[in-house]
Design a protein around this ligand. Structure first.
Ligand SMILES: C[S@@+](CC[C@H](N)C(=O)[O-])C[C@H]1O[C@@H](n2cnc3c(N)ncnc32)[C@H](O)[C@@H]1O
Length: 227
């Protein structure tokens, strides 16, 4: 079996640390994170990472982790992998994992583009990309997480029947992402009427970031199913 390609050095835009961590957060980063993250090299075997789970979900750019932790609490039989480069977000996820005694979550401080190509094809039941950094200026469009190659990776990582959710409250991002996702092989947009993407899905968990309403449109939720 060939080793997954290590991606060319990619530039990560956006901040990767902020306020000083609290004592509890720092302890969790020092002691707990090394037990919850996965190795930097080689193929990632999610079944060995989180054995005995009925299915797997991936959240990319989980921010302060309210959605990741909330979904993991709701579905203890599902193994959740979260990737976030921002240290303070990772620290918040660790606090959630610790506070609720969750055993079905693994987190990594990383760029998800570097992790996805090490993950198994058809491994995930759900993928969430919620309110990604919008980079609303046209000249920054290349910085947006949704690109033709990441959309193809979403399709590869999902099991047949698995679901992808991309949400945004920025028109430029919605206009950019939707045609790319529709064009990805094997991803089928589930919407049949405007309310399907304009209304918050019943299983969605609102984060503090979303509730700040920083965007220029009401949130839209693009749900896709892998054919
Ligand atoms: C606008 S915030 C939204 C956070 C969260 N999804 C929410 O809805 O509250 C976008 C997040 O994506 C993270 N992010 C940016 N680039 C990323 C990348 N390449 N891989 C993983 N996460 C990334 C940022 O650090 C930030 O926490």
């Amino acid at each position: 079996m060939t080793e997954p390609k290590r991606s060319r050095a990619r530039r990560l835009y956006g901040r990767t640390s902020g306020h000083r961590l609290t004592k509890r957060q720092q302890t969790l980063v020092d002691v707990r994170l090394p037990t919850l993250r996965w190795p930097d090299e080689g193929r990632l075997d999610i079944h060995s990472l989180l054995p005995g789970h009925d299915g797997y979900a991936l959240e990319i750019g989980f921010g302060a982790a309210e959605h990741l932790i909330g979904q993991a609490r709701r579905a203890p039989g599902i193994g959740f992998l979260g990737i976030e480069p921002f240290l303070n977000g990772v620290a918040k996820a660790l606090v959630g994992i610790d506070s609720y005694g969750l055993t079905n979550v693994r987190v990594k401080r990383s760029d998800a583009r570097d992790e996805m190509n090490r993950m198994p094809s058809a491994g995930f039941d759900r993928i969430f990309l919620l309110f990604p950094d919008p980079w609303p200026k046209k000249r920054h469009a290349k910085r947006r997480f949704v690109q033709p190659d990441t959309a193809e990776e979403f399709a590869r990582l999902l099991k047949p029947g698995g679901r992808l959710r991309v949400a945004t409250d920025v028109r430029a991002y919605a206009d950019h992402a939707l045609p790319i996702l529709i064009g990805a092989s094997g991803l089928n947009w589930t919407a049949t009427q405007a309310s399907d993407w304009r209304c918050s899905p019943v299983d969605h968990i609102i984060t503090r970031y979303q509730s700040k309403r920083l965007g220029d449109i009401e949130p839209v939720f693009f749900d896709f199913v892998k054919g």
